[in-house]
Design a protein around this ligand. Structure first.
Ligand SMILES: Nc1nc2c(c(=O)[nH]1)N(C=O)[C@@H](CNc1ccc(C(=O)N[C@@H](CCC(=O)O)C(=O)O)cc1)CN2
Ligand SMILES: Nc1nc2c(ncn2[C@@H]2O[C@H](COP(=O)(O)OP(=O)(O)OP(=O)(O)O)[C@@H](O)[C@H]2O)c(=O)[nH]1
Ligand SMILES: [K+]
Length: 461
């Protein structure tokens, strides 16, 4: 199922870099490269064996002008990333050499690749399944080492294998039931329904276990949206700076498809915290009562973690009570800052406001309680089992949605069995579950969904 046109794109990040790469993929890749590459000692592209590089120059065949000095790498399909013929031109890593070489390949007949089109071809040509292809971009966008381990785990196919295992088990049940439908001699059917019931319950248990990893998985993949809230001067900015300083901020620039944004993450023992910026609110006015309670509520509703800060060196004020009044069901850690100063905050007065929320005494100034704060965040995210990167976590909303549907279909199977309905009714829901699972690996998925997934990739990947 090879696509005939040859695509080209800059594979490296835009901007200044040591080396830049223009990548070509498709049946015309070698020929196009052959027309613009002059290798040392007359080395020609067609004579370079797969996974060998050659030194030479890119020459514009029309003007005979030298465009850049390069190293060219040949990967012949199907032993390439896309399974097509692939050429990489490693040039000087400036935007102008890259742009000129790309333009030249386009002039020679290549087409500019769409975002994610190389990986899309790798998927369509069977190098990767859909879950693995999605992991490629997760590897690139991983925010911490742990996020990276999780993504690599998916890239190597561990999630896919788990899904395929479930699909295999469901398909076996379908086959058994259909055999019973097609050969209804004996009263084999009743026995089979009982067996199906047991088997489906087993599959459901595995499914539920997988789904239970989704919350942690999603936090590791996307970051935990965190808001630091408290009245002016309690030490919110100081805490943010302390966390940033100790844990080295990872600033990922994601030129989003919807909006250009720079997202900042704080790495708390491998957990990426995405601190929601309340600067906009703070800039206009420093007073909590002027924030507009609605706005504060909205921010807190969006947050996955609330760090509510009080000044332990002062007694509880009306402003504090207003902030405390915003506490809801969400995970909240109550931080009593400035614990280095004499305490004036009455725990008895505070208690009814915080109920079962964890309270941590900290001092940003001398570092007291920061470790405890980090540990509390770790406990919240992992709820027990710290992720070491060795097991499969479900981390992708698309996958969670599919699994939720699968669960509904399988529960329907149990209902159908309980209602003594005929086997073909059972088969309908088993088949629906089987197909839904296939959406994750891309075995049964619409072109729309495929396009949607790859459109979120960067160009050149
Ligand atoms: N220069 C370069 N680095 C890169 C990539 C690339 O395309 N180019 N990759 C991606 O963008 C990633 C590596 N992924 C790859 C995965 C498979 C194959 C591949 O061709 N595999 C062949 C093995 C070839 C052989 O046997 O020698 C195969 O499995 O058939 C290449 C890259 C990261 N680094
Ligand atoms: N003694 C002591 N002072 C602190 C501590 N943390 C912060 N401060 C001081 O408290 C003052 C306010 O700190 P900020 O971090 O600006 O407080 P904030 O909550 O961000 O204030 P706003 O930006 O006005 O909302 C500064 O003078 C800090 O140096 C602490 O743990 N102990
Ligand atoms: K401040």
């Amino acid at each position: 199922m090879f696509q005939e046109d040859t695509i080209a794109a800059i594979a490296t990040a835009v901007g200044e870099g040591g080396i830049g790469i223009v990548r070509l993929s498709g049946s015309g890749a070698l020929e196009i490269a052959g027309r613009i590459f002059k290798g040392i000692h007359g080395r020609e592209v067609k004579d370079i064996t797969s996974y060998q590089a050659a030194y030479g120059h890119i020459i514009d065949p029309d003007s005979r002008r030298m465009v850049d000095e390069v190293i060219l790498l040949v990967m012949r399909g199907p032993a390439s990333y896309t399974k097509e013929d692939v050429i990489e031109i490693h040039c000087h890593g400036g935007p102008i050499p890259l742009k000129n070489i790309l333009a030249l390949t386009l002039r020679m007949g290549a087409r500019l690749a769409e975002p994610g089109e190389f990986t899309k071809r790798a998927f369509l040509n069977g190098r990767l399944d859909l879950a693995q292809a999605e992991a490629v971009i997760d590897v690139i966008r991983a925010k911490t080492d742990i996020s990276l381990k999780m993504a690599m785990n998916h890239l190597t196919g561990n999630l896919s294998r788990a899904i395929c295992g479930l699909r295999h088990n469901i398909l076996e049940l379908i086959a058994q039931l259909e055999a019973a439908i097609d050969f209804p001699e004996d009263d084999i059917e009743e026995v089979t329904a009982g067996q199906v019931d047991v088997a489906v319950r087993q599959i459901l248990a595995t499914l539920v276990k997988m789904m239970s990893t989704a919350q942690t998985g999603r936090i590791l993949r996307e970051g935990l949206e965190t808001v630091i809230i408290g009245k002016p001067n309690v030490g919110k900015s100081s805490l943010l700076n302390a966390l940033l300083g100790e844990n080295r901020a990872i600033v990922t620039e994601i030129p989003g498809t919807t909006r250009d944004s720079i997202e900042e993450y704080i790495n708390i023992r491998g957990i990426p915290l995405k601190v929601i910026d309340t600067a906009g609110i703070r800039d206009t006015n420093d007073k909590i009562e002027q924030i507009g309670v609605d706005k504060a509520r909205e921010i807190m509703n969006r947050a996955g973690l609330i760090l509510l800060m009080l000044d332990a060196s002062r007694s509880l004020s009306a402003e504090d009570r207003e902030v405390l009044g915003l506490i809801k069901e969400q995970p909240t850690l109550v931080l009593l800052n400035k614990s280095d100063l004499p305490s004036r905050l009455s725990q008895i007065e505070l208690a009814p406001w915080v109920e079962d929320k964890q309270i941590i005494a900290i001092s940003v100034t001398d570092g007291t309680g920061i470790e405890e704060l980090e540990q509390a965040i770790v406990n919240l995210v992992y709820s027990g089992q710290v992720y070491q990167g060795d097991s499969v976590l479900v981390d992708n909303v698309r996958h969670v949605h599919a699994l939720t549907q699968v669960k509904i279909h399988l529960e329907e199977v149990l209902n159908t069995i309980a209602a003594n309905m005929p086997s073909d009714c059972i088969v309908i829901d088993l088949r629906a579950a089987w197909e839904k699972l296939g959406e994750i690996t891309g075995d049964t998925v619409s072109e729309d969904i495929i396009d949607q997934i790859f459109s979120r990739f960067c160009i050149g990947k």
